[in-house]
Ligand binder design. Structure first.
Ligand code: AMP
Length: 158
C-alpha cells in the first residue's frame, strides 16, 4: 500500500491523465497501411484502438504490424491494405477505470508503457504514461525530505 504522504505528493501536480482528445488512435476497421502511417507520423510504436462509439478495443503496435506481413523470407507490404487493425491488435492490455487506485497504475506501468483509462461502460477517457508518473516520482524523490523529517524505525526485536 502507498503511504498517504507519498500518495499526496505524487498526486500534488494534478491528474496523471492525458485526455482522450490528445491521444493519437486508430479505429478497429482501419487497414494496417493507415495504422502504419499514423504510427510513423506521430513517432510512437504503440497506440490505442477505438471503435466508432469511442470505446477502447485494443492496442496496435509497429512490431505487431510488421509481424503480420512478414513471411519466412519476405516482407509482404502489399498485405497492409488487406488486413484490418482488428485482426492483429492486442486485446489483452493494461486498463483501469476512472476511479483507479494509484497503486494499481504503478504496478501496471512496470510492464506497460501506458495504461488506458475508461469509464465504467468502457468509454475511452485517456491514458496514463510512464513519463507523467516518472516526472511526479522525480519530484517526490527530490522534495520529500524538504517537507518531512524522516527517522529510521528502531530495529524490531523478535
Ligand atoms: P511516454 O511515457 O511519454 O514515453 O509514453 C509512453 C507511451 O505511451 C508512448 O511510447 C506511446 O506508445 C504512448 N503515448 C504517449 N503519449 C501518447 C499520445 N499523445 N498519443 C498516443 N500514444 C501516446
Amino acid at each position: 500500500m502507498i503511504g498517504n504522504k507519498i500518495k499526496a505528493m505524487l498526486e500534488d501536480n494534478g491528474d496523471f491523465l492525458i485526455p482522450a482528445d490528445r491521444v493519437a488512435n486508430v479505429q478497429v476497421d482501419n487497414n494496417l497501411d493507415h495504422a502504419l502511417l499514423v504510427l510513423t507520423n506521430i513517432g510512437y510504436t504503440i497506440i490505442p484502438v477505438l471503435d466508432h462509439h469511442g470505446n477502447i478495443k485494443g492496442l496496435i503496435s509497429m512490431p505487431v504490424i510488421m509481424k503480420a506481413i512478414t513471411g519466412l523470407k519476405d516482407i509482404h507490404f502489399d498485405q497492409l491494405s488487406d488486413l484490418s487493425v482488428s485482426e492483429v491488435m492486442k486485446t489483452d492490455f493494461a486498463q483501469v477505470e476512472e476511479d483507479y487506485e494509484l497503486e494499481d497504475v504503478l504496478h501496471l506501468l512496470v510492464d506497460n508503457p501506458f495504461v488506458c483509462v475508461t469509464d465504467d461502460s468502457g468509454s475511452f477517457k485517456g491514458i496514463i504514461t510512464r513519463k507523467v508518473v516518472l516526472a511526479a516520482t522525480n519530484r517526490l524523490a527530490h522534495e520529500f525530505e524538504n517537507l518531512y523529517e524522516v527517522h529510521e524505525k528502531a530495529e524490531q526485536l523478535n
